[in-house]
Ligand binder design. Structure first.
Ligand code: ATP
Ligand code: MG
Length: 368
């Protein structure tokens, strides 16, 4: 797929800017704080309706404005699509596809696919489980947009169940609330869908990531990605997962009532990244951790391409400078002209002449 144009109105530090993309690679060149990452963020929003940097819609809308528009024209094998995302300071969003207002965000999600890779992604290795769940959610949304709906359902049930547990904890009641059983069933039903999809996606991603890792690190180190759901998962069949889920809730029921919160379910899942069976977080140098993240990102690109049937966009935010020359070349070789790539940088020093020849260079200055 190829993003032909992007048009930003009152988004972040952009007043109004239209960009026409004319080459497989676009280099966004500029000093710090000029709007390079903001532009990538706009594309990321069109792809996932989420952003890497934690931001509320009122942070995304340009200061002093109430509404922000991100418009794009995308060329896919099946034809051209016009996308429009409207963001409002009050958080209400609207999505349009080919001038038609879509009621379900899910129908917007599969249209543009993109993988973002920024220095924030190192948190995948170094940070807590939250970041890895978020990463997995963002990937799944692109692999199967219905996942966005499933996750939303799950989170809604979780909030309501937590509210009930909290009110019990704060009350003088001696018997657990009767409605709890209803919420248990809903939690299990929605949670099982989340767990099974996460498991399936990681099963597919792992061999691809391991291959990339072996080729980049040029060694016999073995990368493993292991899904550690908060309930034991022996088989990926709905009945088995549901059964195990109910059993676990039962086991934790006293603790849940005591703590006033839900202790079992995909909101407690972990994804373990190991190299030669050692947790990557404790393992090795920053360079090795970067290699791991690079392998994960390349695997994401490849998996999305396999599932969707077209190469997604790659958004590289300030990462080239952090890789050593050999890893830079691995990355650049892997991309070739296969994936449309938008890449931010403060200077052109990291690019070889071959790369520069096939790139469009956009100078970004103060939101223009
Ligand atoms: P760096 O090289 O440091 O990463 P960058 O070019 O990627 O810089 P961005 O993160 O794209 O920088 O842009 C940051 C600028 O956008 C900052 O000056 C920030 O104040 C401004 N900005 C962010 N949100 C808004 C907003 N809602 N309204 C106006 N300006 C904003
Ligand atoms: Mg930036």
């Amino acid at each position: 797929m190829f993003l032909k144009t992007l048009h930003l109105k009152q988004f972040r530090n952009y007043q109004e800017q239209r960009v026409d993309f004319v080459a497989p690679k676009t280099i966004l060149l500029g000093n710090n704080a000029q709007g390079k990452s903001n532009l990538l963020e706009a594309v990321e929003l069109l792809a996932t309706l989420r952003t890497h940097r934690i931001a509320r819609d009122r942070d995304l809308v340009r200061d002093g404005e109430n509404i922000s528009l991100i418009l794009a024209t995308l060329q896919r094998e099946a034809g051209i699509s016009d996308l429009k995302l409207t963001l409002r300071r009050n958080g209400r969003r609207t999505v349009n596809l080919n001038s038609e207002n879509l009621r379900r965000q899910m129908d917007f999600l599969g249209v543009l696919n993109a993988v973002e890779f920024s220095s924030l992604d190192l948190e995948l290795v170094r940070g807590g489980p939250d970041g890895r769940r978020n990463w997995l959610n963002t990937l799944l949304i692109q692999l199967e947009p219905v996942y966005a709906h499933i996750l939303q359902q799950y989170n809604k049930v979780l909030r309501q169940r937590n509210a009930l547990l909290k009110s019990y904890q704060q009350s003088e009641l001696k018997v657990p609330p009767k409605e709890l059983a209803v919420w248990d069933a809903q939690l299990v039903s929605a949670g099982t869908k989340v767990i099974r999809r996460r498991d399936r996606a990681l099963q597919r991603l792992t061999p691809i990531a391991s291959n990339w890792h072996a080729s980049i690190s040029n060694s016999t180190e073995v990368l493993r990605i292991k899904y550690l759901p908060s309930i034991p998962l022996e088989e990926n069949e709905p009945e088995q997962v549901q059964q195990a889920f109910f059993t676990k809730i039962e086991q934790r029921s006293v603790a849940e009532l005591h703590q006033g919160t839900t202790l079992v379910g995909p909101h407690r899942d972990e994804v373990e990244l190991t190299i030669n069976q050692t947790a990557a977080r404790q393992y090795g140098s920053q360079g090795q951790q970067r290699t791991l993240v690079l392998a994960l990102k390349l695997a994401e690109l490849q998996l999305i391409e396999e599932v969707v049937g077209e190469p997604p966009l790659l958004l590289l935010d300030d990462v080239l400078a952090e890789l050593d020359p050999s890893r830079q070349n691995q990355l650049l070789d892997a991309i070739q002209d296969r994936f449309q790539t938008l890449i931010t940088t403060t200077h052109l020093g990291s690019f070889d002449s071959q790369w520069l020849k096939s790139s469009q260079i956009l100078h970004v200055k103060a939101g223009e």
